[in-house]
Design a protein around this ligand. Structure first.
Ligand SMILES: [Ca+2]
Ligand SMILES: [Ca+2]
Length: 114
């Protein structure tokens, strides 16, 4: 789903796109995604999962969509974010690193309850 659709899908389930505020939360999600293992990594970027982080409102100001908190902890892949105004939604890659990407990309996603 697109990031926007994923956000809506989480809402329907009474939850929101996951917010990762510590390395432990990041590692936990990474571990879970590896356990589910529905994607075979063929390159760095092909197994991304949407998380709640985005800079759609103001370029470069990344924040979590549900809490509206600005990003404090972050785990960007080296060289990311690189999308400027073209890429405003964030995915977690197969190694747990983050990448900004086109919000219209179809990615799996992770919801969490409040
Ligand atoms: Ca951006
Ligand atoms: Ca990027």
């Amino acid at each position: 789903m697109t990031w926007q659709e994923a956000k809506g899908e989480c809402r329907v389930r009474n939850s929101h796109l996951v917010e990762l505020t510590t390395i432990d939360e990041n590692d936990f999600l990474l571990q879970k995604s590896l356990e589910i293992g529905s994607c075979v990594p063929t390159n760095t970027y092909n197994c991304g999962l949407w998380i709640g982080l985005n800079d759609q409102e103001e370029e470069g100001q990344f924040k979590w969509e549900n809490s509206n908190f600005p990003v404090t902890f972050s785990n960007w892949l080296s060289g990311q974010p690189d999308g400027r105004e073209h890429k405003n939604c964030v995915e977690m890659l197969q190694d747990g690193k983050w990448n900004d990407r086109h919000c219209r990309r179809n990615n799996p996603f992770v919801c969490e309850m409040a």
